[in-house]
Ligand binder design. Structure first.
Ligand code: SIN
Ligand code: FE2
Length: 243
């Protein structure tokens, strides 16, 4: 089994914290252990929306290796908005449908417009993670058919928007952060609602659905940095049920 799930992470956390009575921890060693523990836990953000801290940390190297092997077929590219702007975030997709934008609008398409071929299939590591994160967030039975993969370099940003090209708004969005940290903007149902600012680190997952399904969200301009898993990038996997 590729994905370890939150139970194992929790187990690591509690054994690390309690230690063994026969081996008392001295102050500095204990502090060191604490700082190396994974950050985990479920933080409610709004009705229907939660942040699962560190939920993808254990599987992150597998996700990135699986991503690497699909890039030859469907490389990252900077798409153009209907208004004619080149997006600063580079994107690709996998799964039965891929989200695209061009001068004619936003939509899902079974084919990559660059190659004319189907998007790469969704790796098992991706779809297992999407389902287990959705379940943890209160959306059991979520089956993804579309993964948008966003690559941010320092300076790249995604302005406030709603995800509304999907057919069924009863299905949540599952959004996985890998690599460099980012500031996630999570607003309300109106563009004018002032968004919360949340720091997302590698392994964090945000799930929004139900009353928050059409919440405005975005990513602030990415800060310069270097991450052991991704170098100078942040990678985001956004799982949807498109059809
Ligand atoms: C998105 O809204 O498609 C991406 C959000 C993110 O990068 O965290
Ligand atoms: Fe989005």
């Amino acid at each position: 089994m590729i994905y370890n799930g939150p139970e194992n992470v929790m187990a690591m956390t509690s054994s690390g914290l309690s230690g063994s009575p026969s081996e008392p921890r001295s102050g500095p060693i204990h502090a060191d252990l604490l700082s190396s523990l994974p950050r985990t836990g479920t933080e409610p953000l709004a009705p229907g929306a939660v942040l699962l801290r560190g939920f993808a940390t254990a599987v992150a190297p597998t996700l990135l290796a699986d991503l690497e092997s699909m890039l030859a077929q469907a490389p990252f590219r900077h798409m153009v908005t209907p208004g004619g702007y080149r997006m600063s975030v580079a994107m690709t997709n996998c799964g039965a449908a891929g989200w695209i934008t061009d001068r004619s609008g936003y939509r899902y398409d079974p084919c990559d417009p660059t190659s004319g071929m189907a998007w790469p299939p969704m790796p098992a590591s991706f779809d297992q993670l999407a389902t287990s994160a959705a379940t943890q967030a209160g959306y059991p039975g979520f089956v993804t058919d579309a993964c948008l993969i966003n690559r941010y370099e320092p300076g790249a940003r995604l302005s406030l928007h709603q995800d509304r090209n999907e057919r069924d708004f009863a299905q949540p969005i599952v959004s996985v952060s890998l690599g460099l940290p980012a500031t996630f903007l999570f607003g309300g149902l109106r563009r004018s609602d002032r968004p919360r600012r949340l720091r997302l680190e590698s392994g964090d997952i945000v799930v929004w659905g139900g009353p928050s399904r059409l919440a405005f969200h975005g990513i602030d301009s990415l800060a310069e940095g270097e991450h052991p898993l991704t170098g100078r990038y942040r990678i985001n996997l956004t799982f949807r049920r498109a059809r």
